[in-house]
Ligand binder design. Structure first.
Ligand SMILES: *Cc1c(COP(=O)(O)O)cnc(C)c1O
Length: 497
């Protein structure tokens, strides 16, 4: 199987090349030229296997240039027993009749990013050996909070790699900030930037595509790759857990083979929900993909109207990992929906760059509306949903609450009773303040992050994952903050070139 670029269909690369390079030279994203198809027998067979075996089967459909041994090595390393706090890796938890929360945050950093970022370093170093042997891979990450820590944890002390993470100084929770600034490892670096996530992401993209920077790295035996969700190696592990969730529902008799499910995803950069789209295109019976946004509802509007317009106020919300106005992975969806028409994608992306908006034509709009439902909710509604869901017996974080809220509104409006998988993307203790406020009905005043954790334990009796609780004892290593213009310089500094 080969991969092409959303902005240049004459590109044909192997999966190893797509993963090693992260982004195509002209700025497009790598996509599979054909999406592999699975049938009911495949899903039935997978429902009898464990997560590692399911992942191997699904990955081997996409990474056809990896040997069976390589895939086995990668997957076993990533999801080794003990790395995730559930032997199912991403277990389902039923919160109401027909509503099943898919817990994607059981990994080392307590956010769903671990599902992909535990695997990516294995895929990337394996891919690099095949394609660009001898080069040190330099990973640059722009993070809205969770990717940064999950990437640092995944790449920490991985031979042949260096990693540098940029995060918006006022755009991440104190817990997220501490998770990153205390990261150990000799190949890691972290820097805050004055700006929001889009500034960080645009800055990283600019460095990536700057030929002078690439030349300088090359002279020093280095090359960039990306751990952001624009890297195909981030997306492909995410397809696995949607297929796995379907198989779990099959295995426990909640659904019969062939039955449809809906999937609801709290969305920021459009990576997680795009993985659900790929699962659907592969033949997993998915009726509706529900895209849930917070007050930064650019995607809600787009999926409903066909107009993508980032010229709007940017809100800092209690679900910061979704505070995004440019959802990079949407480009991949548009390429597929446009029948692989790279010229159309180039046109939309040029308009987005120049004017901050574009409008898709009716053919695309119709397809979007057949596939997707979309909704959004603000912080007040998020809080109310956390309180209600906790009252019914389940403690969820702010991002998950956005998804639950949008799902409930969707179900009430449509009467759709299809069994539904709701992606749960973070452990509630990553966002203790907002969750505590929701559960107790009042703002915790004057107490620090860890006192809030203790108060949340006292209020709910739910355990705090040890990797968050023990942050209290650690001292931050990385205190730098720079402007967007200084980012390239920071990268040189950290690499010593
Ligand atoms: C990254 C993240 C999201 C958004 O996922 P995308 O793939 O960017 O759409 C949602 N919730 C949490 C907790 C996250 O870390």
């Amino acid at each position: 199987m080969l991969y092409t670029s959303t902005r240049d269909k004459t590109v044909h690369v192997s999966s190893a090349q797509a993963i090693a390079h992260g982004i195509s030279a002209e700025g497009g994203l790598f996509v599979p030229e054909e999406i592999p198809v699975v049938d009911q027998a495949f899903l039935k067979e997978l429902s009898g296997l464990d997560y590692i075996s399911r992942a191997k089967r699904v990955l081997s459909l996409y990474l056809t240039d990896f040997t069976e041994e390589e895939i086995d090595f990668c997957v076993r390393g990533a999801y080794a027993p003990g790395k995730f706090s559930s032997e199912k890796v991403s277990p389902l938890h039923t919160i109401a009749d027909g509503a099943h929360v898919l817990e994607l945050w059981r990994g080392p950093t307590c956010a769903f990013k671990d599902m992909a970022l535990q695997l990516l370093p294995y895929l990337l170093t394996t891919a690099a050996k095949k394609t660009v042997a001898d080069k040190t891979i330099v990973i640059l990450v722009a993070t809205s909070g969770d990717t940064g820590k999950a990437a640092l944890a995944g790449f920490c002390d991985v031979p042949g790699t260096r990693i540098m993470v940029f995060y918006p100084n006022d755009g991440v929770s104190p817990m997220q900030k501490l998770q990153m600034t205390t990261q150990e490892g000799s190949n890691v670096s972290v820097c805050a930037i004055n700006g929001n996530f889009d500034d960080a992401q645009n800055g990283v993209k600019a460095i990536f595509t700057d030929p002078d920077v690439a030349k300088k790295l090359d002279e020093n035996g280095m090359m960039f790759s990306s751990a952001n969700s624009i890297n195909w190696g981030r997306l492909v592990p995410q397809i696995v857990y949607y297929i796995s969730a379907y198989c779990d529902l099959l295995a426990d008799g909640t659904i019969e083979n062939g039955d449809s499910i809906n999937i609801v995803v709290p969305t920021g950069n459009f990576g997680n929900i795009l993985a659900a789209y790929y699962a659907r295109q592969m033949g997993v019976p998915v009726k509706t993909l529900v895209c849930a946004s917070n007050a930064n509802n650019v995607l809600t509007e787009f999926l409903q109207s066909g107009v993508y317009d980032r010229n709007r106020p940017f809100f800092t919300t209690t679900s910061p990992s979704m505070d995004i106005l440019i959802s990079s992975n949407l480009e991949r969806l548009l390429f597929h929906l446009a029948g692989d028409d790279d010229a159309r994608v180039r046109g939309w992306m040029a308009q987005l760059k120049d004017t901050g908006r574009y409008t898709v034509e009716d053919d695309i709009k119709e397809k979007l509306q057949t596939l997707f439902a979309a909704g959004c909710c603000d912080d007040e509604a998020t809080k109310a949903t956390i309180a209600k869901t906790w009252h019914d017996g389940y403690l969820c974080d702010t991002h998950t609450a956005v998804a639950v809220n949008v799902y409930e509104a969707y179900a009430a409006k449509t009467g759709d009773k299809t069994p539904t998988v709701i992606a749960s993307t973070a452990n509630p203790y990553k966002f203790s303040k907002a969750v505590l406020t929701a559960v107790t009905g009042k703002e915790p005043d004057g107490i620090d992050e860890f006192a809030q954790v203790d108060a949340l334990i006292a209020a709910t009796g739910e355990p705090c994952p040890p990797q968050l609780a023990t942050l209290k004892e650690k001292t931050p290593r990385f205190l730098d903050c720079c402007s967007r213009e200084e980012m390239a310089q920071k990268v040189y500094e950290m690499l010593g070139i």
